[in-house]
Design a protein around this ligand. Sequence first.
Ligand code: HEC
Ligand code: HEC
Length: 275
Amino acid sequence: MRNLPAAIVVSSLIGVAHAATDGEYLFNAAGCLACHTSEDGPELAGGRAFETPYGTFYSPNISPDEQTGIGNWSKEQFIEALKHGTSPRGDPYFPVFPYPSYQLMTDEDAGAIYDYLMQREPQQRANREHDTAWWLGRWMMTPWQWWFEEEPPAAPDDAQLARGRYLVDALGHCGECHTSRDWAGVADRSYYLAGNPDGPDGEKVPNITPDRSNGIGKWDTDDLKWFLQSGELPDGDYTGGAMSEVIDNTTSKLTPDDRTAMAKFLKSLPALETP
Ligand code: HEC
Ligand code: HEC
């Protein structure tokens, strides 16, 4: 065990699975690492490419290097970027950075991720410019942000379902891939998690609402829990593509209680058909 706050060591001794303020746990649950690490580069130094219909975007360096990373950022600036998509200079970010999901995160959890990042190894590596469509400007994201900042639906009353929803939406940003988008590129709430025929990298992303024909309606909670841990589907096959990365970097690293909460939350959703 390295750098674990005393409260967590004590709580693990008395059998409580985790404390919600563990920055590393939240960092994993939110899947920051894979997006901010390129195949040939050091951890958190950025440079991973994202091909979209709007051009190719490159993730920036989020290691605490002072020149090329975010080493000079205050916690407040970091929270503003992560939850509201606004840079320290006041510019809006493109939503390839899934801040529309992270806006649901508590400031405390976002701050814990900041503390964790600031303890990582600084990596010197300059950011690469995005290669976007000629007509797309960063300023256009300001009116775009008025759309996504609509009030999100209230969390479920049940504590376990509320935790599951927090893990699925605020941290796991599952809807960034599993929910289809409207004409403006905003996730369409009326098809929440109902699948996306046109997902990242042109991949078809399945329906994960409890629809019985093409969703997870025939899976029970244990099937889902095991899937989130191992990537194994009920028919014995293994998931591939973007999802295997989500399993490896994110859901397999959660506590069993958190995977249960996610599975129960998904099973509690209205069954929808893929658009
Ligand atoms: C799906 C990929 C993806 C995920 C997941 C992701 N990011 Fe990013 N992030 C990006 C991209 C791409 C940008 C650049 C956005 C832009 O330039 O408008 C970005 C921008 C940022 C920035 C702004 C950096 C700067 O120099 O201005 C920070 C900070 C950041 N991300 C932190 C995080 C953290 C912390 C997490 C996890 C909680 C995370 N990101 C998860 C892709 C991702
Ligand atoms: C980066 C995009 C992406 C993200 C983020 C993502 N998924 Fe997936 N997911 C996929 C893709 C693509 C598949 C289909 C993989 C395949 O064809 O093997 C998939 C498959 C699945 C399946 C299997 C469904 C079936 O019928 O086969 C489940 C369940 C699932 N995801 C749940 C989740 C949950 C829960 C989250 C959030 C923690 C999540 N996914 C986040 C892209 C994503």
